[in-house]
Write a protein that binds this ligand. Structure first.
Ligand code: MIG
Length: 679
């Protein structure tokens, strides 16, 4: 059941797809405190309350014990002390033996979530602007609450099948030659690959929708050449459009009045990669349609996937902010700077990026309603995803396109996936990658993954291999790294063959993973779940922070620790351990419920299948998802009497309904089953 309450004057967000009646008064169990304009919703947290949700953010699967802030930011440090990353996903579920319910604050402005941080036994959620719809969702289980909620916010975005293939990316890729090299290095070694990303360097002076013709003389030719090798080209698009009349998109946007403005009606400008830039008013329908149409020439060149970046929006500085900083510098120039002055000088430049002041200095036109940006800040990336996907569908309404965005709000999950942003080559971030998966799924974002190997800093070979051993399960499986960091393509490392073998496991698993993804998307369900969702009465499962349920049959427990030769895994029920080395190299071992030390050498990925379940594997080696179609399937499970697996399949390209096929062990003679007794 979903109940809706309204506070202040909510702005339209398009997060939900159902218009529910507004109930009078306040919801039961929440204390509402007005502190104009803010509104706070408070509740006592019981000792056994678990708190899940908030989508893309830092810290554990159980969010209890920290203050989070919904305020989309270009945050380069995903450390424990942060409060915000790139998305605002204002949904959480509170569950204990006694009660289970969800809260969704449809509020596009700043919201803080004190989830037992100030006081262990207290939750305070504060809407800073006090204009929102509050939805209270009840259900028997956390999974049921999420299902209800997902019905409210609408179906998740569907990527094409190829988007589940391995994708190689790097900040620095910008030319046809880069693309050819990356493809050659993968194909010549038999490392599977379905996509390569172009980062900002392909553009002509960082101008969106242009490409440097010295680096890419023939874009349609490049795309066609790549497609003939079953590889898709995925260029980046940034939110800012250069404030320069010589740029066609800029000139056209000014003429058609599609950019955000300051209070006095002049165009808002701030610097990003191309220098001073304009920002499309993605909250305006006409401007969105305009921006979406800008993708057309690249779609016509054969491109069918993009990644949208910098759409929090990230701002390096505004001219006003820079001027103020210069004024401070002029005032202090030549002085003997004591501590305070030194700090003042440093911080006047150091605080220029994505500043509050700048976010308060421009306005959106919400189809007739003028709203200051900070009141609707968290909708910006959502609007960009929507503009892009609508533009792609205007080009071809029947085709599924790949799109993943950095910034998002609930609602954006209907238009695109998200990647988890600028993580680091840290073991802690491998674990964080896992921890964000279920909370993103809860908020509708099924197509997601993190930069495998880590974006910032230098990856070691063991980190990359272990990270691939998690990445084989994530719908978006992309290796990406930052400029000036150590080369991170698989083929750069001495143990590349192990990495390659692990990637072949991904492809062998794809029929299953795709089927589970599509089931989750069609049924408003979760592909990744905290163990607490499936075993609510199991105290250990409820506290497990480094394992996840995957689909309806599996559990994953990746090794997230350097130098480890295995790990302790908690099995909440009897399961079949599958130790995976390559598509054709694995061993299985039935294990009893309880704790186990599970050996996993560096090149071995771990997967656990519930007793009584079977999952399909593709037999055979492939270079890309295209080749997978020819491979027969076999099953892996505990015992040959198992019921079978219902596989979902479709064309992977259009929105045409697919079909279900029941795979039964007795029909698939090559299937693998456990031998011997469980230990
Ligand atoms: O200011 O395009 O998160 O994936 O490689 C940095 C360059 C801009 C941030 C993205 C990252 C991308 C990088 N971008």
């Amino acid at each position: 059941m979903i109940q809706r309450y309204v506070y202040g004057h909510p702005l339209p967000t398009d997060a939900v797809v159902r218009d529910l009646p507004v109930l009078p008064g306040d919801p039961d169990g929440l204390t509402v405190t007005q502190n104009a304009p803010a509104v706070t919703f408070s509740m006592k947290l019981e000792e056994d309350d678990l708190v899940f949700g908030l989508g893309e953010t830092i810290r554990g699967i159980n969010k209890r014990g920290h203050i989070y802030r919904s305020w989309n930011l270009d945050e380069v440090m995903h450390t424990e002390d942060r409060q915000s990353l790139y998305g605002a996903h204002n949904f959480l579920v509170i569950t204990s033996g006694k009660r289970t319910f969800g809260l969704f604050l449809d509020d596009p402005g700043e919201v803080t979530w004190d989830l037992g941080a100030t006081r262990l036994d207290r939750m305070d959620i504060t809407s800073c602007n006090g204009n929102l719809s509050l939805y209270v969702i009840t259900g028997r289980t956390p999974r049921a609450v999420c299902h209800e909620f997902r019905g409210l916010i609408g179906s998740s975005y569907l990527p094409p099948y190829w988007a589940f293939g391995y994708i190689q990316s790097r900040w620095g890729y910008g030319s046809s030659e880069d693309m050819h090299n990356v493809i050659h290095e993968h194909r010549s070694r038999g490392i599977p690959l379905d996509g390569v990303c172009l980062d900002i360097d392909y553009m002509d002076h960082y101008r969106d929708f242009t490409w440097d013709t010295d680096k890419i003389p023939d874009l349609p030719g490049l795309v066609a050449d790549m497609r003939s090798q079953d590889i898709h080209l995925i260029p980046i698009i940034d939110a800012g459009i250069p404030a320069d009349p010589s740029d066609p998109a800029s000139e056209d946007g000014v003429r058609q009045d599609t950019f955000v403005k300051r209070e006095d009606g002049t165009l808002f400008r701030a610097a990003v990669w191309p220098g001073l830039s304009y920002f499309t008013d993605y909250l305006n329908t006409r401007a969105r349609t305009w921006f979406g149409s800008l993708y057309r020439p690249m779609l016509e060149a054969g491109i069918d996937g993009f990644w949208n970046d910098m759409n929090e929006p990230s701002l390096f500085y505004s001219p006003e902010g820079m001027q103020a900083a210069y004024a401070v510098a002029d005032e202090l120039r030549g002085k003997n700077l004591a501590n305070d002055d030194n700090w003042k000088l440093q911080s006047s430049f150091g605080s220029l990026a994505s500043s509050r002041k700048d976010y308060q200095s421009f306005y959106h036109d919400l189809d007739g309603l003028r709203v200051r940006h900070d009141k609707v800040h968290n909708l910006y990336g959502f609007g960009m995803s929507r503009a892009t996907m609508d533009g792609m569908h205007a080009f071809d309404p029947d085709r599924r396109f790949l799109l993943f965005s950095r910034s998002s709000y609930i609602g954006a999950h209907r238009y695109a996936g998200v990647w988890q942003g600028d993580n680091r080559s840290w073991w802690a971030h491998l674990k964080l990658n896992l921890q964000m998966l279920p909370s993103l799924n809860m908020c509708g974002f099924l197509y997601t993954g993190a930069d495998i190997g880590g974006f910032g800093n230098d990856a070691t070979e063991d980190l990359l291999l272990r990270w691939l051993e998690l990445g084989i399960f994530t719908p978006l499986m992309r290796n990406h790294s930052a400029l000036h960091t150590r080369d991170q393509e698989v083929y750069r490392f001495s143990i590349w063959e192990h990495m390659k073998n692990i990637i072949t496991v991904r492809y062998a698993l794809l029929p299953y993973l795709y089927s589970e993804f599509m089931k989750a998307a069609r049924e408003d369900d979760l592909m990744f779940r905290p163990l607490a969702f499936d075993y609510p009465h199991d105290e250990i499962a409820c506290q497990t922070e480094d394992q996840l349920m995957l689909g309806n049959e599996c559990m994953i427990a990746p090794v997230c620790q350097q130098n480890a030769t295995g790990r302790i895994v908690y099995l909440p029920e009897d399961m079949l351990l599958v130790r995976l080395r390559a598509y054709n190299d694995m061993d299985v071992e039935p294990l009893k419920k309880g704790h186990h030390w599970v050996p996993a050498r560096l090149h071995e990925a771990l997967l656990f299948i519930r007793r009584g379940c079977v999952i399909p594997f593709a037999a055979g080696k492939t270079e890309s998802t295209v080749g997978l179609k020819d491979h027969p399937l076999y099953l892996i499970g505990w015992d040959p009497q198992a019921e079978g697996y219902t596989l979902y399949e479709d064309d992977g390209i259009t929105y045409r309904e697919g079909s279900f096929r029941v795979l039964i062990p007795s029909d698939l003679p090559d299937s693998v089953f456990a031998e011997g007794e469980a230990t």
